[in-house]
Design a protein around this ligand. Structure first.
Ligand code: DHB
Length: 390
């Protein structure tokens, strides 16, 4: 494992926080779910808030499944510990500088230690004494995020990229204090979207829709609270404030790269696809990719059969496109498109009303939210659509 950042940094940077039912199950099955079960919070519903009122979506009642709120950095801690305990190696502060021979059975990764990302310049700097080395591999997994280098090694003539930018961003804050609600609130207000989430009994995660080109310096704490209250408060409920200790702006985009494989290079997670955050699919999709890949590699090592590796991209992309659709739909339904006319906003309110009052529509949201069933490779044992509906 070659990791550009330091261990401390990846184990403390707050990122995603919602684990689908299948993601939580996979962590348990692979023996890294103990801390999650101890300190993660199981949620059985989420709230849609619009027109000044809340409407609960009963995730467990509608699907029999739930989600676990457990920070991505905690998952990273558990995975790092498991890898190191098993005698595996992780090269922290090391940059992959090139890939070659991907279409042979000895693909190679060049790498250099002593690396530090300079976020201002967007460049990697190296300590002078760190020399470049080369690792000869059986397979290379490019799990290096949207900005990582591995995707560029799928040749341009082979690679097709699908992009959609959204005309807004998310202003995110971390707050010290107890949760304001027991379940997450997804809110559409005339002023825009807002989300109340949590990280732990003492740390809360809140977001509101903002201009994608805005800057955190424009938002002193009082102005943030004013905006959050304006969007979220109802006659019966007022948002609990706390000490804001981090502010950031997230860009919103959808991106899918096809195929997710070239020779013996396999792309996984954000290296191959990005979803807008609404619906919390990003980390879960990465886990789903790796689940498919791990099984396919195990099969190839055990029996030499490469069918599952050969269908890796196709298997993953079916889930990726469905999660992209769900994230796009949640984003489109819950954000204010300020440049568009009132008709669009009324359609969004009508859709929210429908989703909150129709069991069929609520079930569609809920089954996507808790996570569609993990797919096996496209094969004969795949359930027919009518079986999946039962
Ligand atoms: C969080 C992020 C999301 O995108 C979401 O849909 C729900 C929760 C979060 O960071 O807590």
């Amino acid at each position: 494992m070659i990791e550009l950042r330091g261990r401390e940094e990846i184990e403390t940077t707050v990122r995603a926080g919602v684990l689908e039912h299948g993601t939580a199950e996979l962590l348990r099955e692979t023996g890294v779910g103990e801390r999650m079960d101890r300190i993660g919070a199981v949620h059985h519903g989420v709230e849609l808030r619009f027109g000044g009122r809340g409407h609960r979506i009963d995730l467990t009642g509608l699907t029999g499944r739930s989600i676990v709120v457990y920070g991505q950095q905690e998952v990273v801690k558990d995975l790092n510990a498991a890898r190191l305990d098993a005698g595996g190696q992780i090269l922290f502060e090391t940059a992959a500088t090139g890939l070659r021979d991907l279409e042979t059975d000895e693909p190679k990764v060049r790498f250099r230690g002593g690396a530090k990302l300079d976020p201002e310049a967007g460049e990697i700097r190296f300590r002078d004494d760190a020399e470049e080395e080369e690792l000869v591999c059986d397979y290379v997994v490019g799990a290096d995020g949207f900005f990582g280098p591995s995707r560029s090694f799928v040749p341009e003539g082979v690679r097709k990229e699908h992009v959609r930018a959204y005309p807004f961003g998310w202003f995110g804050i971390l707050v010290k204090g107890p949760p304001a609600t027991e379940e997450l609130i997804y809110c559409l207000h005339e002023r825009g979207f807002a989300l109340v989430s949590t990280r732990s009994p003492t740390i809360q995660r809140l977001y509101f829709q903002c201009d994608p080109n805005d800057s955190v310096e424009n938002w002193p704490d009082e102005k943030i609270w004013e905006e959050m209250h304006a969007r979220l408060d109802t006659d019966e409920w007022t948002l609990t404030e706390g000490e804001i200790f981090q502010k950031s702006i997230v860009q919103m985009r959808s991106f899918v790269c096809e195929p997710m494989r070239h020779g013996r290079l396999f792309l996984a997670g954000d290296a191959a696809h990005i979803v807008p955050p609404t619906g919390a699919k990003g980390m879960n999709l990465a886990v789903a990719d790796v689940r498919v890949l791990a099984r396919a590699l195990a099969e190839a090592y055990a029996s030499g059969a490469t069918d599952a590796l050969d269908s890796y991209s196709e298997t993953c992309l079916r889930r990726v496109w469905k999660a992209s659709r769900f994230s796009w739909w949640m984003t489109s339904m819950l954000h204010r498109f300020h440049d568009e006319d009132d008709f669009r906003y009324r359609m969004q309110l009508a859709e929210l009303d429908y989703v909150s009052s129709s069991r069929a529509a609520a079930t569609s949201l809920a089954e996507n939210y808790v996570g569609l069933p993990m797919e096996s490779a496209a094969s004969a044992d795949e359930p027919a659509p009518q079986d999946a509906l039962r």
